[in-house]
Design a protein around this ligand. Structure first.
Ligand code: KG4
Ligand code: ZN
Length: 344
C-alpha cells in the first residue's frame, strides 16, 4: 500500500454526453470540471455521433482547466484514471485514447475504471460532514442508463442483486418529460415542477416484477396513454396540470424504487443504504431516503449533488483506490461499451 505518499490522480470521464476531468489528491477532490454538451437538447436525447465529436473538441481544454484549477503541474500527477466502460463506444474512445497518450507522455501508470463502480465509489471521496459507508452496504444506482441494486462487500467486490429489465429510471423520467413537452434531459424539470404539485392528483399503475428487478417501460406507456386521453378531452390539460402530473409521476417512480429497496433490505439484512447516479440528484428520492433513517432504522448515504450525475471526480476516486492496490492497466487495454458493475 502506498497510503502515506502524496498521490495526485487525474480522472477522465467521457462515457456519454459530458466531458469531464478531475484531479484528486489523497482522496480529496481539487478540481472537477464538466463540459455539458448542449448540442443534444434539440434532438430530445443523446446523439452518439455528435457526442464523440463534442468530446473531441472539449477534452483538451477540460483537462487543462482541471489541472489549472487544482493548482498543480501535470508533472505532479502520479497516474491517469479513465472510464473504460460502459457507455457509448465513440465517446469512450476519446477519453481512453487521450488517457493512454497522456500516461505515455508523462510516463505514469494508466488506471481503467468501470463507470458503474465509479458512481458507487463516489461515496469514498473525502468530504467534510460526509461519512463513508462501511462494508457491506447496498447501493441503489439510478441513472439515465442503469437502475440496479448493488451489494458492495469491498471497494471492488460488487454484486448486482436486481436491475431493470427494460428502461432505466432516468429514461422513465426523461421520456415522461418528453411526453409533457419538456426539453431533454427532463428528469430535473419533473423534479422542479413536482415540488409545486400534488403527488396524489393522478394514479399510475406500478409494474409487477419478480424479486429485486425493475421495469419502467409499462409505466411510460401508461403515462403516454393517460396524457393522450386527457389532451383529447381538454387540449390545455398538460398546461393546466403540469405540476400535479409531474408530482404524481415522481411519486410513482419513487414508490417503485423504495418498494424494491425495502425488499433488498429484507432479503439481505443489510441496512446501510447508499444512492448513486444522476437520478439520485432527485429531491424526493433524497428526502425519502433520509426519512427512512427514522422510519426504518437505516443508515443512509446521500452523495453531494456534484457527484451524482456523470463527473470525473468519481472516476478519480476509483482510480485512487486502485492506485493504492497497485491495480494498473496495460496500454493495450480497450474501451468497452458493455461492462457489469461486478467486472473489474
Ligand atoms: O448518471 P447520469 O448523469 O448519466 C448516466 O450515466 O446515465 O444520469 C443522467 C440521468 C438523466 O436521465 C437525468 O434526467 C437524470 O439523471 N436526472 C434526474 C435529476 N437530475 C438528473 N432525474 C430526476 N430528478 C433529478 N433531479
Ligand atoms: Zn453515469
Amino acid at each position: 500500500m502506498n497510503k502515506n505518499k502524496s498521490i495526485y490522480i487525474l480522472g477522465i470521464e467521457s462515457s456519454c454526453d459530458d466531458t469531464s476531468a478531475a484531479v484528486i489528491y489523497n482522496g480529496k477532490i481539487l478540481s472537477n470540471v464538466i463540459a455539458n454538451q448542449e448540442v443534444h437538447a434539440k434532438y430530445g436525447g443523446v446523439v452518439p455521433e455528435l457526442a464523440s465529436r463534442a468530446h473531441q473538441q472539449n477534452i483538451v481544454p477540460v483537462i487543462q482547466q482541471a489541472i489549472q484549477k487544482a493548482n498543480i503541474d501535470k508533472k505532479d500527477l502520479n497516474a491517469i484514471a479513465f472510464t473504460r466502460g460502459p457507455g457509448l463506444m465513440g465517446s469512450l474512445l476519446v477519453g481512453t485514447s487521450f488517457a493512454k497518450s497522456l500516461s505515455l507522455a508523462l510516463n505514469i501508470p494508466l488506471i481503467a475504471v468501470n463507470h458503474m463502480q465509479g458512481h458507487v465509489l463516489a461515496h469514498f471521496i473525502e468530504e467534510e460532514n460526509q461519512p463513508k459507508p462501511t462494508f457491506p452496504f447496498l447501493c441503489l444506482t439510478i441513472s439515465g442508463g442503469h437502475t440496479q441494486i448493488v451489494k458492495i462487500s469491498d471497494y471492488f467486490t460488487m454484486e448486482v442483486l436486481g436491475e431493470t429489465l427494460d428502461d432505466a429510471v432516468g429514461e422513465a423520467f426523461d421520456k415522461s418529460a418528453k411526453i409533457l413537452g419538456l426539453p431533454y434531459p427532463g428528469g430535473p424539470l419533473i423534479d422542479k415542477h413536482a415540488q409545486l404539485g400534488n403527488p396524489n392528483a393522478f394514479t399510475f399503475t406500478k409494474p409487477k416484477v419478480d424479486e429485486l428487478n425493475f421495469s419502467f417501460s409499462g409505466l411510460k406507456t401508461g403515462i403516454l396513454y393517460f396524457i393522450q386521453k386527457k389532451v383529447k378531452e381538454n387540449p390545455d390539460f398538460i398546461k393546466e396540470n403540469l405540476n400535479d402530473i409531474c408530482a404524481s409521476i415522481q411519486k410513482t417512480i419513487v414508490e417503485i424504487l423504495f418498494d424494491k429497496l425495502k425488499l433488498a433490505v429484507q432479503k439481505t439484512g443489510i441496512t446501510q443504504i447508499a444512492i448513486a447516479g444522476g437520478v439520485s440528484a432527485n429531491s424526493e428520492i433524497r428526502k425519502e431516503l433520509k426519512a427512512s433513517e427514522k422510519k426504518l432504522g437505516w443508515t443512509t448515504y446521500i452523495p453531494k449533488f456534484e457527484y451524482t450525475t456523470d463527473n470525473a471526480g468519481m472516476i478519480a476516486i476509483a482510480g485512487y483506490l486502485k492506485y493504492l492496490k497497485n491495480n494498473f492497466s496495460e496500454t493495450n487495454i480497450t474501451a468497452t461499451s458493455r461492462l457489469k458493475v461486478s467486472d473489474n
